[in-house]
Design a protein around this ligand. Structure first.
Ligand code: F3S
Length: 390
């Protein structure tokens, strides 16, 4: 791989150990994937923040990098294992909290923005169309590539952090236009109105075409929130990092020859398959983390009501702060629902505490089952609130 003089010096250790070991990771990755050079990134999103996933080995690795490492570009963090301020109310054990705080302190020392969210594009991590970035978190990667028109591979935690500490990434995969062209047309013939419609659509398309890049036709309009839900779902059930939605998403693509169809009965079946038919004991909304508009909507629906079950509303802290100014958070908390910042029902260590998760998130259903061994119930937000307050 061709390195500039500065990149070679980074690799040789002129800029310290954190930069040197980061460069080692990026150059090795580039060589494995046949990259010819490194390119600059405009921002980074790091995943693998929960102590639950990192363990002590991960914490030691971060503490070591933090001795002399400083990020060179805007860098945000994915959700952690707990709300960094309100963890006691969410029932997080103290020994876990101690370790999670140390993880976040290491990131802070490196200059990372330590609010933890999977929707960094709602809190200011939004480079402009066409820029290269280095993002981890499958739903955010899919949103970045497809909806924002950024260019990123699906990074792992260590490679994203290496990009943050050097401002670089190897140029391969999704950074190259020839790898961003649609491979199959998906004709959608179904009523697309709600968040769960889009979640179910991601489930069906993901299972049908896997990682292939879709050119999706037949959808007339989609809100930011619906696209957020769709990105999380198609990335979870298909593993894709990019799709094109005709008339809605910004990237140009060639038109492939192959096509598949998606019908209303397939969407209905997908919704049935994400329902285990049991009595929920936790309701969680905000996977991926909510927009301000969604928080407002939830507050209006909860106004004057009391929730009878555990209910988590997952949102980035800066969105919570704005929602606080508008009075939405007080309304939600007065109902007994809990605001969970920095975390979610999947990455928090709540396995065993609950049996059945009710959510509007197709991704939440997948990980609720797979990671936390929950039964799941898949419903629209108005239905979830109706059920939890009756
Ligand atoms: Fe975000 Fe947690 Fe869902 S990280 S995408 S809310 S599983």
């Amino acid at each position: 791989m061709q390195l500039t003089k500065e990149e070679q010096e980074m690799l040789d250790g002129k800029y310290g150990n954190a930069v040197k070991s980061s460069m080692n990771i990026l150059v090795s990755l580039g060589e494995i994937f046949g990259a010819k050079r490194l390119i600059d990134v405009a921002s980074v999103q790091i995943a693998g923040v929960s102590y639950h996933n990192l363990g002590d080995a991960g914490l030691d690795y971060l503490a070591d990098l933090a001795k002399d490492g400083k990020v060179r570009v805007l860098t945000t963090l994915n959700p952690a294992g707990m709300d960094m301020e309100n963890w006691k109310a969410l029932g997080i054990p103290e020994d876990f909290a101690d370790k999670q705080i140390k993880v976040i302190e290491a990131f802070k020392k490196m200059g990372v923005v330590t609010t933890c969210t999977c929707t960094p594009y709602f809190i200011g991590n939004v480079p402009h169309y066409g820029q290269n970035v280095s993002w981890a978190e499958s739903s955010a990667v899919c949103y970045a590539n497809s909806v924002l028109g950024l260019k990123t591979n699906r990074e792992g935690g260590p490679s994203a952090l290496a990009s943050a500490l050097t401002g670089k990434t190897p140029e391969f995969g999704m950074h190259l236009d020839e790898n961003r062209q649609a491979e199959v047309i998906v004709n959608v013939d179904a009523g697309m109105e709600t968040i769960t419609d889009f979640g179910a659509l991601g489930y069906v398309i993901g299972k049908k075409i896997g990682k292939k890049i879709a050119l999706i036709r037949g959808i007339e309009k989609a809100s930011v929130e619906q696209l957020k839900s769709f990105c999380a779902s198609i990335a979870t059930y298909g593993g894709t990092a990019l799709f094109h939605m005709e008339g809605i998403t910004p990237n140009k693509t060639t038109v492939p020859k192959d096509s598949v169809d998606v019908s209303q009965p397939e969407l209905d079946k997908a919704k049935e398959e994400m329902n285990d038919g049991e009595e929920p004991d936790i309701y969680a909304i905000g996977c991926p983390h909510l927009s301000l508009k969604e928080v407002e909507d939830i507050a209006k629906r909860l106004e004057g009501k009391k929730v009878k079950k555990e209910m988590w509303i997952c949102v980035a802290r800066p969105i919570k702060r704005t929602a606080e100014q508008m009075g939405y958070i007080k309304t939600i908390e007065d109902s007994g629902a809990k605001i969970a910042c920095d975390t979610c029902m999947v990455v928090a260590p709540i396995k065993g505490r609950f049996k059945c998760l009710a959510t509007d998130s197709a991704k939440g259903c997948f990980y609720g089952r797979g990671k936390n061994s929950f039964k799941v119930v898949f419903r629209e937000i108005p239905e979830l609130i109706e059920e939890a307050t009756k």
